[in-house]
Design a protein. Structure first.
Ligand SMILES: Nc1nc2c(ncn2[C@@H]2O[C@H](COP(=O)(O)OP(=O)(O)OP(=O)(O)O)[C@@H](O)[C@H]2O)c(=O)[nH]1
Ligand SMILES: [Mg+2]
Length: 441
């Protein structure tokens, strides 16, 4: 108490020294102390608010990352807007992935401390997987596919059903509207016209069979076209089966490789990945994270190094480690003056020299949300690097799933895989019957 009085007297003297009248010195000193204490209190409250906001942001981010990784959150994912801008998509992807890996890899930590708040924004792990929202719900593979195709089903099949329901017969007006529905769903002009022509001629002999028959005929016409584009990828044979993954920027190459690596590893295959996209350091990291998750070796060089050198080392490593499958990632664009296609051709030559016949599969990744543009990309890559299969990603992000039918019937390249979400199991070997069932059943 005495000390307080002493400090107050000192402050009073100081204020008097500054020109405050002596009789008001005590009052001024008390006022100043009061002001300082109020400021300190306000500062403290501000700190608390900022901290709690930071925590909430971390929780939200963690839940989002865990949801993307979760095997069972398709419904939530389906609500996301389509990734229309390919460039933008690439920027979004690569960074969140590392965060997504950490929480899922440490379920024990979160289970032990479900209600504990992290001490600071820098240490979010303890709250990550304990979020109740990502409680896994068992969903069958077929149901996942159905969920992934929700947008296309409600737009394409929903509109077809409405059309059939409102038209008693297959007249000109019906055909016109059906054509419009198919074109809107990205079947493309060529496929739409051929399909409608075949449907009309078949429907002539089913005139009296009612609306269900028409619906079945349409499903069948789609199935026929999809069947011509279906051929599973067989990775067996002597030595490493080499898959080179190509495609423009942001279509989902690296993610597809990660999912494939996990699926092959789960089948007991030894997998090696080659980080041939040396354009960005983040691209190499992204692949390394997938490799870590699946216990798969990744051969990588520094950012900016020659992708063919990576292909060379990866091929050597795959042979030395007696791998069953080697998957090579590639850049979607190049920052140097080197032509992308020329670069890819060079990588192919290197692979062939090390493993005769390699690459055994040149898998072109196409983004379903880019619509008819995917066909143009396919033609360009086909001319340059002899594409042998297609993986069509992001079907969950578009109502225009008819692009699968366009690709299957217009390209001479089989569709190997389709992507209907961001989870590992959302990359599925393409099955025409299953696809049509998921849409029409
Ligand atoms: N919704 C959804 N997203 C997907 C699918 N496949 C890939 N993606 C997302 O697409 C984004 C781009 O994927 P990447 O694998 O980085 O694409 P990339 O072709 O390697 O891109 P670059 O390396 O920049 O050329 C990521 O956010 C992926 O999670 C899919 O089937 N559905
Ligand atoms: Mg990539």
């Amino acid at each position: 108490m005495d000390m307080l009085k002493e400090y107050l007297a000192l402050l009073q003297q100081f204020l008097v020294g500054l020109g405050v009248p002596e009789e008001q010195g005590t009052l001024a000193a008390l006022g100043l102390v009061y002001l300082l204490l109020t400021l300190l209190l306000l500062l403290f409250i501000l700190l608390l608010v900022v901290r709690s906001r930071g925590r909430r942001a971390v929780k939200r981010e963690a839940r989002r990352a865990a949801a993307a990784e979760s095997e069972d959150v398709e419904a939530a994912e389906l609500e996301k807007p389509p990734v229309a801008d390919v460039e933008a998509a690439a920027e979004v992807v690569t960074e969140p992935e590392p965060e997504a890996a950490a929480p899922v890899a440490e379920p024990a930590v979160s289970a032990e401390a479900p209600s504990e708040e992290p001490p600071s924004v820098e240490a979010p792990e303890p709250i990550v997987v304990s979020a109740p929202e990502v409680e896994p719900v068992p969903v069958s593979m077929f149901e996942r596919l159905r969920l992934g195709l929700n947008k296309t089903r409600s737009s394409l099949v929903g509109r077809v059903d409405a059309l059939i329901g409102s038209h008693a017969k297959l007249d000109d007006e019906f055909i016109e509207e059906l054509e419009e529905i198919l074109i809107t769903a990205d079947f493309g002009m060529e496929t739409t016209q051929a399909l409608v022509a075949d449907l009309t001629s078949r429907a002539a002999s089913h005139k009296d069979d009612g609306p269900d028959a028409l619906r079945n005929l349409l499903a069948d016409e789609i199935r026929v076209r999809l069947n011509s584009g279906e051929a599973a990828l067989e990775t067996g044979g002597q030595g490493p089966f080499v898959i080179m993954v190509v495609g423009v920027n942001g279509v989902g190459k690296t993610t597809t490789i990660g999912k494939l690596a996990r699926q092959f590893a789960n089948q007991g295959k030894k997998v090696v990945l080659g980080a041939g996209d040396t354009f960005r350091a983040a691209a190499v990291q992204q692949l390394q994270i997938w490799g870590e998750r699946s216990g798969v070796d990744v051969v990588a060089h520094a950012e900016g190094s020659d992708p063919s050198a990576v292909a060379f080392d990866a091929a050597k490593a795959a042979v030395a480690r007696q791998a069953d499958v080697l998957i090579i990632d590639t850049a979607g664009r190049l920052h140097t003056k080197v032509n992308l296609m020329e670069e890819l051709r060079k990588m192919r030559r290197v692979l062939d020299r090390e493993i005769p016949g390699a690459p055994h599969e040149t898998l072109l990744v196409l983004d379903a949300t880019t619509g008819q543009n995917a066909l143009i990309q396919a033609n360009k890559f086909q001319e340059a690097v002899d594409v042998s299969g297609v993986a069509l990603t992001k079907l969950d992000g578009t109502a225009k799933g008819g692009i699968v039918v366009a690709i299957s019937s217009q390209l001479q390249i089989p569709v190997r895989y389709i992507g209907v979400g961001e989870g590992v199991d959302d990359l599925r070997p393409f099955d025409a019957d299953e696809f049509v069932d998921a849409l029409f059943r």
